[in-house]
Write a protein that binds this ligand. Sequence first.
Ligand SMILES: Cc1cc2nc3c(=O)[nH]c(=O)nc-3n(C[C@H](O)[C@H](O)[C@H](O)COP(=O)(O)OP(=O)(O)OC[C@H]3O[C@@H](n4cnc5c(N)ncnc54)[C@H](O)[C@@H]3O)c2cc1C
Length: 411
Amino acid sequence: MALPFPLALAPDSPGTARGARVCIIGGGGTGAALSYDLALRGLSVNLLEKGELTSGTTGRHHGQLHCGARYALADREIARECMAESLVLREIVSEAIEYNGGIFVALDEEDEALTPVFVEACRSSLIPAQPITVKTALELESALNPGILAAVRVPDGSFDAWRLALSFFAAASALGATIRPWCEVVGFELGSGRARAAVYIDRSGGEPVERRIEADYFVSATGAWAGRVGALAGLDVPVTPAPGTMVAVAARLTDHVISHLHRAGDGDIIVPQRRLSIIGSTERIVDDPEALLPEEADIARLIGYAEAMLPAFGKASFHAAWCAARPLAGRPAAHAGGQAHPGSRSISRDFTVVENGLEGFCTLVGGKATVLRAMAEKAADLVCLRLGIDAACRTREFMLPSWRGFYTGRK
Ligand SMILES: Cc1cc2nc3c(=O)[nH]c(=O)nc-3n(C[C@H](O)[C@H](O)[C@H](O)COP(=O)(O)OP(=O)(O)OC[C@H]3O[C@@H](n4cnc5c(N)ncnc54)[C@H](O)[C@@H]3O)c2cc1C
């Protein structure tokens, strides 16, 4: 059971290390969770985000609270991690989560034959997958294709992507972290093999102003932009921006998250979000993660995939289609920029902290929004180790304040 949020740390409580200054670059979910983790350990945190908070991939993803079932066949480690972290998020940030559950459906005989393998893979990843009859599945969700051949219930969920991140920002701010949207890092000052300062353009007040900030440690949490930000410090950070398209229709066709029971591919998850149903996704590789647009052909393809699971999807009013770039940690063996690349699905969905040999600088990249807290814990452990600070992670312990607190708490 999570404890009430600590509004302040006693100045002399163990682990407070206000003298140590950390600068986080990137104001998506990963930066949000890291700013909270480090502030809770007592460090002095500044976060710089080039646009509005969550304006990168975080504000544009599917919003599925992954229990890990989707990854169970391919990577049990990630599946277990998603299960464990989804349970933690349910405890600490319940306000952003819908506790709706998920159903995997077999659409053909190949999927049906895979069903027991899938259930076993889930269970050995500690995911309580429960086969149900087709009749029960249709009783639970009448919009399902009546021709499905098998169904499995799993503890997936939905969450509000903005509110999840803002709850972490609210907690970080309440503990003294300074969060600066509209501040784009454009360079680093290096000296004697370490990062000394970041140079940034502050657009928060109208006219752009160049500023600099010194810190004892810099963490790039810039997702699909991590390669570019690393290059500003002369580093080669292996990250592959892999955009995916999503299509929303203006009808909440199910309450459960509906997934195609097969080995992961395109267009196999439909997430209910508010009064919408959203099908995703696709995957390709680009060099530039900025200003991505969905491709017409992908939209039609996704609607077709959705109709195979929920026949009413194609008849519902089209609401929107958009695109966001996955920050995949690593690179495929070879790729031609801008072209569809069959190899991108082979890059792990796991996260990593990359240290390139520049002291006082690391990059936290990869993963899923569902595991943002665990990502932050790993990076914060490294920061504390490098700064010689003895402070353990405590982000599992406390319920986060409301996301509203990020705005109201600043008045
Ligand atoms: C199509 C799609 C669907 C997905 N669906 C799900 C899902 O259902 N569930 C789930 O758990 N995960 C999902 N994910 C994964 C999830 O979206 C990402 O793992 C997560 O959002 C990454 O967050 P981030 O904070 O690392 O990156 P971002 O949110 O991209 O944050 C990086 C930030 O860095 C900023 N930045 C870049 N350069 C600079 C600079 N020079 N100076 C300052 N700031 C800078 C950017 O503006 C951006 O805001 C999905 C991803 C995609 C692409």
